[in-house]
Design a protein around this ligand. Sequence first.
Ligand code: NAD
Length: 279
Amino acid sequence: MGEIVNVKEIVESKKVELKRRIENLKEKRIFPKLALILANDDKASRVYVGNKRKLCHELGVLEEEYTFDENVVEEELINVIKKLNKDDSVDGILVQLPLYNHLNESKILDCISPNKDVDGFHPLNLGKLMIGEKTTVSCTPKGVMTILESLNVNLSGKDAVIVGRSRIVGKPMAQLLLSKNATVTTCHSKTKDLKEYTKKADILVVAVGVPHLIKKDMVKEGAIVLDVGINRIDGKLQGDVDTQDVLEKVEYITSVPGGVGLTTVISLMENLIEIAERR
Ligand code: NAD
């Protein structure tokens, strides 16, 4: 019988470490600050921004929110980002995705200074990750790596399969696993026979957005499964993996809720503090 990873415990010990680092910064009169930009009317996004702000308060980090209604024009948003780029009191700028449909996501994200890109979405930071340079890493994949480290998984030579190839999860995830010497395969919507790949995975990361896509017959005996997916079904959250179905076969699995989502927010704080420490 496999084990559901106690991600809460991992996050609590990260919080202790972060509080200590924040205290050290404050002694040097550096007060880390996060700017959050919300330009959509999506309920889930409002909850995510609320959770991020709550964690700022808990850790003693300054934050400010900029909310825009559906009449916002691209230029207005870009001007706010440019102002924040120049504001020395702001360490990190976060644009909550998705944006209103009429806004160009890439164009807006690319306006954030790579030095304040707390989400690690900027092309320069993604490029640095690609060539193995130290950089700000996208929060969700970074959080997945935190979980794997906490489980003391030696990734060298392991077969890692990622399902999903997005800019924010799948692609950076592949680079991070590769940097730890895993043999990495990325699957996506055009993969011919998904099961053929997933059932060979020692490490399986699923970031698709299809509830319970992964079933028992698709996982390897003793695999470690990280379920990134967040799907809202009848008001309840569900992952991309059918946890109860695969549990008896795997070694470890993360749950939804209570899994990767928790480490995503803590990674955001880690990124912010890393940026502030560079000041
Ligand atoms: P996305 O929508 O940008 O990309 C989805 C990916 O899945 C694509 O690369 C697509 O090729 C692939 N895909 C779609 N259908 C498929 C199928 N049937 N078989 C194989 N691959 C398929 O997704 P994203 O932004 O990476 O998010 C993926 C999921 O992760 C969503 O449910 C999202 O809500 C969730 N998410 C969770 C966190 C977290 O903190 N836990 C963070 C980001 C995203």
